[in-house]
Design a protein around this ligand. Structure first.
Ligand SMILES: Cc1cc2nc3c(=O)[nH]c(=O)nc-3n(C[C@H](O)[C@H](O)[C@H](O)COP(=O)(O)OP(=O)(O)OC[C@H]3O[C@@H](n4cnc5c(N)ncnc54)[C@H](O)[C@@H]3O)c2cc1C
Length: 490
């Protein structure tokens, strides 16, 4: 019997597990994918929003502001890449846009966002020379930042596991039965019992809610596609740029650096059937270019190295849906966590703690709570530290990913961490191998071999990413050799 069973291990489920693992509670997280951070958390803009555009008085506004404060502390303690960086909402000489930034300014001030200013064209260009020089003014928000969204999620999930939580992958929750004082949760990996159940199902949270008879949520998923550009473009920009929304209220195409030094352009917005609809297509992507150039004319789209899409887990309710389900006591929804969900996640987890206390769950602090995590990023070490790392473990002397300078030592270390990666992309999310210009063209086969060797399985069992994404189907050469040997014997 678990005290708390969390459904979903995106950023919200991971933050919830991390928060609860401070207490003397048995916590289990069931995730339907074969890795954590594989839903919406894997494909977003990775911005820690300053909080100026959330509706005044909303849960989103409060949790966004608290979340980005907590993010500073958590990223520092758990060694997650985060960079503070201002946001510009740019306005052209157009009354609608100029009024919009004034309104955003007032909203931000009401939300308690610090440091907001409306700056004129010259000051904006002085602060960020990459901006389009034709703008008239901009809302300047210095309190935002960017983060590595996978590492943020993985780090919190790993720390929860180190502190006793269990993460069960490939465990899709298919039924929940309410008994007297506890739940029986059926998953694709087994049946578990828990006193409290938390719905952190992202784009599937309405369906998860339906498993306990909840019918008040309708999932309306909106997808968005992105271009990822080489570091040659990322180094041109040191801020996050948004245009003003169009007449239909669409937020517009963002241009932002990533923590790895690349440039992102996107996302657009169109309705998708569900959270799994993450395909990209050339005609949709083509539309991003003009919008990207309108914010930052210097982008060279010949430097695109990758494309991806994410699906926003919206519901018909314009705010986050957080609280104990009225029709099912002790079942707590952390549902419909659309943007700024990445920014708000640790604050959502604090909110969960308060709700669970209110429901009667006793929480006693653990005497020993491990709240730190370190990993070697060989590329960013100085020469002496590099030599020292290689002296201690020669695997740090073998570069596997040449584009991103990722060593075999980092890959092996990632494989032996508390949540074991089993695919080439899971390694990419943990230590960047395959993220560079060649997108794994050189290092992919090496990573594949290392995974099989370290996990003690055949190479045929290693996946590209999700369940079923096998890279090799059968051994050809050995079969041929065997057949020739047989023929010779005949
Ligand atoms: C295009 C886009 C851009 C965004 N940009 C930003 C941004 O810049 N800043 C920001 O703050 N936010 C942003 N967001 C929002 C942010 O990404 C989300 O709010 C956040 O990732 C939601 O996290 P989650 O854990 O709720 O969902 P997810 O990451 O989707 O996790 C939910 C998990 O639940 C699992 N699950 C579902 N059903 C079941 C089941 N039955 N059994 C077991 N597991 C289940 C899923 O497999 C999934 O892993 C953006 C979102 C999108 C799509």
């Amino acid at each position: 019997m678990y005290d708390v069973l969390i459904i979903g291990c995106g950023i919200v489920g991971a933050a919830a597990a991390y928060q609860l693992s401070r207490y003397q509670l048995s916590v289990c997280v069931c995730e339907r994918y074969n890795d954590v951070a594989n839903g919406c958390t894997k494909a977003n803009t990775a911005i820690l929003h300053a909080g100026f555009d959330c509706p005044v008085g909303s849960l989103e506004a409060r949790l966004n502001l608290r979340g980005i404060e907590l993010a500073k502390e958590i990223c520092e303690k758990l060694d997650v890449e985060r960079i503070s960086m201002p946001t510009f909402i740019i306005a052209y000489d157009n009354p609608r846009e100029l009024q919009y930034i004034e309104e955003l300014y007032r909203r931000g001030v009401s939300n308690g966002v610090q440091g907001l200013r409306i700056v004129d064209r010259d000051e904006a260009l002085c602060l960020e020379p990459a901006l389009n020089p034709n703008i008239k003014a901009a809302l300047y928000a210095p309190g935002s930042g960017i983060v590595n969204p996978w590492e943020y999620c993985i780090a919190m999930a790993e720390t929860a596991v180190i502190n006793g939580a269990q993460v069960k992958l490939e465990s899709e929750v298919t039924a929940i039965e309410k008994k007297d004082g506890y739940f029986v949760v059926t998953t694709t990996s087994g049946v578990y019992e828990a006193r409290y159940v938390v719905n952190a199902g992202g784009g599937w949270s309405a369906q998860v809610y339906e498993l306990v008879g909840g019918h008040g949520l309708h999932q309306t998923n909106f997808a968005g596609q992105y271009f990822v550009l080489d570091k040659s473009q990322g180094e041109k920009l040191h801020s996050i740029i948004f245009p003003c929304p169009d007449e239909h209220g669409f937020k517009g195409i963002c241009v932002t650096p990533t923590v790895h030094g690349n440039l992102l352009v996107g996302p657009d917005c169109y309705e998708a059937a569900d959270g799994d609809h993450v395909g990209t297509d050339p005609s949709t992507l083509e539309n991003l270019k003009a919008e990207g150039h309108r914010s930052m004319p210097g982008i060279d789209f010949r430097e695109v190295i990758h494309e991806y899409a994410g699906v926003r887990p919206n519901t018909q309710i314009p705010d986050f849906v957080i609280g104990e389900a009225p029709e099912c006591p002790h079942f707590i929804n952390l549902a419909g966590i659309k943007s700024p969900g990445l920014s708000s996640a640790p604050a959502i987890a604090e909110e969960l703690e308060t709700i669970l206390r209110g429901c009667g769950l006793e929480m006693k602090r653990k005497e020993q709570f491990v709240d730190s995590r370190k990993r070697i990023r060989f590329r960013s070490l100085d020469e002496e530290a590099k030599r020292e790392a290689i002296r201690k473990n020669s695997l740090y002397g073998r570069i596997i990913c040449r584009c991103e300078t990722v060593t075999e030592g980092e890959i092996v270390e990632a494989i032996h961490r508390p949540i074991v990666p089993r695919s080439v992309d899971a390694i990419k999310r943990r230590c960047n191998a395959g993220m560079g210009r060649c997108q794994g063209g050189f290092c992919g086969p090496r990573v594949h071999e290392i995974l099989a060797r370290e996990l003690g399985v055949s190479q045929q069992e290693i996946l590209m990413d999700e369940q079923g994404s096998f890279l090799l189907t059968s051994v050809i050469k050995e079969q041929q050799e065997e057949e020739t040997a047989n023929e010779n014997r005949v």
